[in-house]
Design a protein around this ligand. Structure first.
Ligand code: KG4
Ligand code: ZN
Length: 381
């Protein structure tokens, strides 16, 4: 486990200082391989936050092992919460609501977070607020900036790649989604193939900095086609072929080859995101008109500086206002769950989700047609 709590979240523009304003909400995140928790206040202060990353525990397997993740959450969550409350000089009874990621995610981990949050809620008599992990990513910009609804959102993480219209705390309309792999998954698979380890995103980004994207031409699935859906599985296959070609020519993938492949991959993925976002902006404007609306990028892949830069340029060229959470709030963290919980709590004063059970699948737009498949448990997010 790597304790990242010392990493400062920074004080984002617009974030208040001074005595925090109620309500105060504790948020717990255990849906994947981060054990995280935070306390936020209504005036957008992060009163305390801790993240324990399990990256080292999963690295040798090249991806997250659900059983290991669940066991690590069980071992560490109570100690993490104790430290968190100490950091904030607060007790559970000082909270106004207790929130936890209730889905989508790995069910073992979700159960640990939800059961812990419900136990704290029951013991203190505070309401439990069920938070959709994706809503956490989607609403985080409002924790750091005055972003008002509606806005256009590109949500790019390890498990998801979607474009959504966000018109309220609980109102999401999906304009497009991936028909196969998520963007972060494409980064992770590329990294694994090139021996760069897990998680792949930061490693591929670092390698790409020294690479020449122009050396290789990779396919750009769905680019130029109508709609806003994505497809990245062909890209992954093409990366594998490039690596095999390099081996066929000079027995190994040299560092230079690897950097060039990463640069080409990242640029191609950027081209796909921009093309789909252009169509989404047109669709968004058909509903909302020509005003200067926010274009938001969120989720782990939004930590990628190259992609952020390209999306920011697109926003400028399209008369949209670009916004993205600071890097520490892009990847999974407790503040995003506490904040989404606070938003739901403020919007529904009588909320209490004690009857909600963990949901491995939980799409933000429940009316949207499933693209990645519909299993026994419902629509895959
Ligand atoms: O949002 P997140 O922390 O977890 C999920 O909800 O999936 O996203 C994790 C994903 C991983 O696939 C990781 O490789 C990717 O975000 N990621 C990045 C970067 N940092 C994390 N992808 C590209 N560039 C980065 N700098
Ligand atoms: Zn996430």
């Amino acid at each position: 486990m790597v304790d990242n709590h010392a990493k400062t979240m920074g004080k984002a523009a617009g974030q208040a200082s001074g005595a925090p304003r109620r309500p105060y909400v504790l948020g717990i995140e255990t849906s994947c391989d981060e054990t995280a928790a935070a306390i936020v206040s209504a005036d957008r202060q992060i009163l305390a936050h801790r993240v324990l990353s399990q990256v080292d525990d999963h690295a040798e397997f090249g991806g997250v092992v659900p059983e290991i993740a669940a066991r690590q959450h069980i071992s560490h969550l109570d100690k993490l919460l104790k430290s968190l409350m100490k950091d904030a000089s607060m007790g559970f009874e000082d909270m106004d609501a207790i929130a936890a990621t209730t889905g989508p995610g790995l069910v073992g981990g979700l159960m640990v977070g939800v059961m812990t949050a419900k136990a704290i809620a029951a013991a203190t008599g505070k309401p439990f607020v069920a938070v959709n992990h994706l809503a956490g990513h989607a609403l985080t910009v409002r924790l750091v900036e005055d972003i008002i609804f509606p806005y256009l959102l590109l949500l790019v993480s390890g498990g998801h790649c979607q474009i959504l219209e966000v018109s309220g705390v609980d109102r999401f309309t999906r304009l497009g989604t991936t028909i196969d792999d998520a963007a972060g998954e494409a980064f992770d698979k590329t990294a694994k193939l090139l021996g760069l380890g897990y998680p792949g995103g930061p490693a591929v980004e670092a390698a790409a900095k020294d690479g020449r994207a122009a050396r290789f031409r990779l396919p750009r699935p769905l680019v130029g086609k109508p709609g806003c859906n994505f497809s990245f599985s062909g890209l992954k296959t093409a990366v594998r072929r490039l690596a095999e070609d390099c081996v066929a020519h000079h027995d190994v993938v040299t560092i230079e080859d690897r950097n060039d492949i990463c640069a080409a991959f990242q640029e191609t993925l950027g081209d796909c995101l921009i093309d789909r976002l252009e169509n989404a902006i047109t669709m968004f404007r058909e509903t909302h008109g020509a005003g200067k609306f926010p274009l938001v990028v969120a989720g782990g892949v939004a930590a990628n500086a190259y992609l952020r830069g390209r999306i920011e340029t697109l926003a400028e060229d399209s008369n949209m206002y670009f916004s993205a959470p600071p890097l520490t709030l892009c990847t999974d963290n407790g503040a995003m769950i506490a904040w989404a919980g606070l938003e739901r709590f403020v919007a529904n004063a009588d909320i209490n989700d004690m009857d909600e059970a963990p949901r491995p699948r939980w799409p933000l737009d429940e009316t949207a047609k499933p693209m990645v498949g519909k299993g026994k448990k419902g629509t895959k997010a």
